[in-house]
Design a protein around this ligand. Sequence first.
Ligand code: HEM
Length: 166
Amino acid sequence: MVHKNGIETGKSGYLSEFAIIARKKEFPITYTIIHTIHLYAAFIYGGFLFTDNLFLSKIGQSLTPDEAKKAREAFMKHVRKVVPPALIVTVLTGVYMFTQVFGEIPESGMTRFQMLLSLKAFLGLWLGLRGFLQVYLKIDPFVFKSHRFPFILVIIIIALSQFMHL
Ligand code: HEM
């Protein structure tokens, strides 16, 4: 079957939000490249948070406090060079994709995709702003020393970025 806006729908005649949205992308190749970069950058940022919360936080169990401090510092020295820029890349590529896929809000109100994407973008921007202020301007707005809070947000953001397509 063919939907009224000309897209082949298969037997069901049902057109998913994704198909409508996919059609709206102005530059599909650019979009795919930016999407891939977003995923790699999110992997680097999120990967660090998983490593820190699941493993690095436990090194104190096998080392003396002094050794643990040294080991963490040896690790963080490299993290500081790579992870904050990865967060910025994640946010910038995310903003680009947002402008491409959000689409117009129907009269009946926001679609589920638009609602979940807005929430994801809000949480992602918050993380980005918080990270930027902390790392580059040395402002710690919410005085969070541990990485548990961004870790939980990243888990939520990743779930939202999958379920928004339902
Ligand atoms: C720390 C922050 C962020 C993380 C960890 C993150 C992670 C992800 C992940 C894992 C995906 C799914 C990619 C896939 O399944 O192929 C995704 C997609 C997406 N992200 Fe982000 N993101 C972040 C921030 C942002 C921000 C700030 C925005 C917008 C302002 C954004 C906009 C998008 C959009 C529009 C998609 C959908 C792409 C598509 O399916 O076409 N993201 N993100």
